[in-house]
Design a protein around this ligand. Structure first.
Ligand code: UDP
Length: 253
């Protein structure tokens, strides 16, 4: 089952169901196709209002997860408690995939984030799951490159595929990561799951402080982010002010 929040579909699945679905995709070895996973937060939904290409990519994803307490409240307000979304963040999903891959021998490729962070994040995942096979870890496209050429994308995809990953984690930030996966899906031969994971590598590598568990459990990591990364205030306002207003407008007007 899924719900729609101002034009964006989000799947209503618990962690166990998500895990089961991913395990099935990974077990499928023959005629494998790519399954794009998106980890949607309120900023994604606001961006999707003005970026139709992004909205299409989100709605076409094989799995659309609710990242952010804002989506839980929005689904509750729009459709009632029984239809509320369950929260799975990019970091949670990455740990889940790492565990699954370590158990079934699938290979993971980490792409994106700042210099050395993909490597550092891979080391952290491998420390917790020693049997996890890292197919590759690299920055891929440096942040300063505003737009890549089709040729560069093609070469990067060939490089990634030659490492034979089953799972590709892409940390280019949204909407870039999700559009990049959607545009290059046909080039990702043999990969079962590709997911945009946002700032996950930064957190895993310890480059950005992660809010304590109790702060996360009450859905208040945005206040923590505001304190630790105040330059993100614009995005935080989008998530905690513009998004709730848009949700209420979609319900009542
Ligand atoms: N990033 C990147 N290329 C870009 C934009 C972002 O590699 O063009 C990286 C950035 O360095 C960070 C990650 O993507 O490691 C997530 O970025 P951001 O913090 O903006 O996303 P969020 O955590 O909010 O999803």
């Amino acid at each position: 089952m899924s719900v729609e929040i101002i034009g964006v579909r989000i799947d209503r699945l618990r962690s166990a169901d998500i895990r089961e679905r991913c395990a099935e995709w990974l077990l499928q070895k023959e005629r494998r196709r790519l399954h794009q996973v998106v980890t949607v937060n309120p900023e994604f939904i606001m961006e999707a209002q003005r970026n139709s290409e992004f909205r299409k990519a989100l709605n076409a994803a094989a799995l659309s997860l609710a990242d952010g307490i804002g989506l839980f409240f929005a689904s509750w307000i729009l459709y009632g408690w029984r239809s509320r979304l369950f929260r799975v963040t990019g970091v949670d999903f990455t740990w889940m995939l790492a565990e699954l891959c370590a158990q079934n021998g699938s290979r993971v490729y980490l792409l994106g984030a700042g210099d050395g962070l993909a490597h550092a994040a891979a080391a952290v995942l491998q420390r917790r799951y020693p049997t996890l096979v890292i197919a590759g870890a690299e920055m891929g496209i440096p942040k300063v490159v505003a737009k890549t050429s089709d040729l560069l994308d093609k070469e990067l995809c060939e490089k990634i595929c030659s490492a034979r990953p089953d799972v590709l984690l892409v940390a280019f930030g949204a909407p870039r990561q999700d559009l990049w996966i959607a545009h290059n899906a046909s080039r990702m031969d043999g990969i079962a799951i590709a997911v945009g994971v946002g700032g996950t590598f930064d957190y895993l590598a310890g480059a950005v402080p992660y809010a304590p568990k109790w702060v996360r459990s009450i859905g208040f990591e945005w206040t923590y982010r505001l304190m630790t990364q105040p330059y993100r205030w614009r995005r935080i306002i989008t998530a905690v002010i513009r998004f709730p207003i848009a949700v209420l407008r979609s319900k009542f007007f």
